[in-house]
Design a protein. Structure first.
Ligand code: SF4
Length: 353
C-alpha cells in the first residue's frame, strides 16, 4: 500500500478526465459537484452542474434561492434532501463564516449534508488538509488492493479501510484522493468489468495477483425492496393538467405529483374517486403500468389520462409549459408523461355523456 501514492498521482495527472468542476476547483464548485455526484453518475451530473452554476454562481445566491427554484434545478437528480441541505449549509456559511467556506475538515463536517467523505474531499482538494475522502470507489479499490473479502458496506470495514488510507496519505492528499476516485471510476470499476491491464498500480494489487478481482468487493445479499401499488391520474381540463404538492415530510417531500391513490383500482372505483375530487368525467384512457425504483422501495403505478369537464380548487391546474419550467416534478411522475408521449394513441376506455 505504501508504494502506490506516487504512481497513482502521476497516472492521475496524465490521465484525468476533463470535467466541468475540475477547471476551477473553488470550495463552492467542489462542494456542489460532490453533493451532486453522491448516488448519481458523472455523465448525468455534468449538465445539472453547468445549469446550477449558471443560475446560482455563488454561495450567496444559493443561500437566497427560493426552494421552488432550487428543486426545479435539482429535478431528476433524485435524493432531494441533498438540495435542501445545500441551501441550509449555504445560509450557515453566510451567517457564520461571512460567506466564505470554512477551510478545515472539522468545520466542514458541521455543515448540513456534509459527511466525512464530502468534508474530506473539500478539505483536501481545496485547502490541502491531509485527510482521506473515502467513497464507494475508494472502498472498492482498497478492498481489491488488499484482497479484503469483507463486506465494504459494514461500518467496521469502512473504518478499517479509512485507517489504511490514512497511513499512506501523502502531502498531496487532494490529488491522491482524486486519483483514487478516478481509478475507481475509470479502471477499477465494479462488477468484474475492471481494466486491470491498464491499471497503474496492478503490481501492488493482491486481488489481481491472487485472481480474486471478480469476487472482491464482497457484498452481503441486498434486503428486498418494499413494493407499493398506486393508481395515478393525469387529470386534464382542456389544456391544463392537475398537480398537487406532496407532504412536508417523507419521500419526495414538497415536490409536485399527479393526483394518485395508494392501490391499483378498477375503472369503477377511479370514477368514484374522480367524483370525490369534485370533478365531472369526460373520458378515461389507459396509459398502462409505469414503475419507478427508489433506494428502499418500488412504485408500480397504473396510469390513466382522465379528461374532465371542470376544475376543482384542491389541485393546481397548469399547462405543460408551466409544469416544465416552474414546478419540480420527480422522475417517478415525469416518466408517466414520457410514457404518454410514447403511447400517443392510448385506447379510450370509456366516454361519459
Ligand atoms: S489491478 Fe485491477 S483490481 Fe487491482 S486495483 Fe488495479 S484495476 Fe483494481
Amino acid at each position: 500500500m505504501k508504494n502506490i501514492a506516487e504512481k497513482l498521482i502521476k497516472w492521475y495527472e496524465e490521465n484525468k478526465r476533463e470535467l466541468p468542476w475540475r477547471s476551477d476547483p473553488t470550495p463552492y464548485h467542489v462542494w456542489v459537484s460532490e453533493i451532486m455526484l453522491q448516488q448519481t453518475r458523472i455523465e448525468a451530473v455534468k449538465k445539472y452542474y453547468v445549469t446550477f452554476m449558471k443560475e446560482l454562481p455563488t454561495i450567496e445566491s444559493l443561500a437566497k434561492v427560493e426552494e421552488e427554484k432550487l428543486l426545479k434545478l435539482w429535478e431528476g437528480l433524485g435524493y432531494y434532501s441533498r438540495a435542501r441541505n445545500l441551501k441550509k449549509a449555504a445560509m450557515l456559511v453566510q451567517e457564520k463564516y461571512k460567506g466564505k467556506m470554512p477551510s478545515s475538515y472539522q468545520e466542514l463536517l458541521q455543515l448540513p449534508g456534509v459527511g466525512e467523505y464530502t468534508a474530506g474531499a473539500i478539505a483536501s482538494i481545496c485547502f490541502e488538509e491531509q485527510v482521506p475522502a473515502i467513497d464507494g470507489n475508494v472502498l472498492r479499490v482498497v478492498a481489491r488492493l488488499t484482497a479484503n473479502s469483507q463486506d465494504i458496506l459494514l461500518p467496521q470495514v469502512k473504518k478499517q479501510i479509512t485507517n489504511q488510507v490514512k497511513q499512506i496519505l501523502p502531502k498531496q492528499a487532494g490529488k491522491f484522493n482524486q486519483a483514487m476516485m478516478e481509478l475507481g471510476e475509470t479502471i477499477c470499476i465494479p462488477k468484474g468489468n475492471m481494466k486491470c491491464n491498464e491499471c497503474p498500480i496492478k503490481e501492488y494489487c493482491q486481488a489481481y495477483s491472487k485472481q480474486l478481482t471478480n469476487v472482491i468487493p464482497f457484498r452481503n445479499p441486498k434486503v428486498k425492496k418494499k413494493t407499493e401499488e398506486k393508481t395515478v391520474c393525469l387529470l386534464y381540463y382542456q389544456n391544463e393538467i392537475a398537480i398537487r404538492k406532496r407532504e412536508e415530510k417523507g419521500l419526495l417531500q414538497q415536490m409536485y405529483e399527479f393526483p394518485n391513490i395508494p392501490q391499483l383500482e378498477s375503472i369503477a372505483s377511479i370514477e368514484e374517486q374522480i367524483q370525490s375530487w369534485g370533478l365531472q368525467l369526460q373520458n378515461i384512457q389507459e396509459i398502462g403500468k409505469v414503475s419507478h425504483v427508489f433506494t428502499h422501495r418500488i412504485w408500480n403505478m397504473d396510469c390513466y389520462i382522465v379528461k374532465v369537464k371542470n376544475k376543482n380548487t384542491e389541485f393546481i391546474w397548469v399547462n405543460e409549459q408551466e409544469l416544465m419550467h416552474k414546478y419540480a416534478l420527480p422522475t417517478a411522475f415525469s416518466k408517466i408523461l414520457q410514457r404518454k408521449e410514447e403511447k400517443n394513441l392510448c385506447v379510450i376506455q370509456k366516454v361519459y355523456k
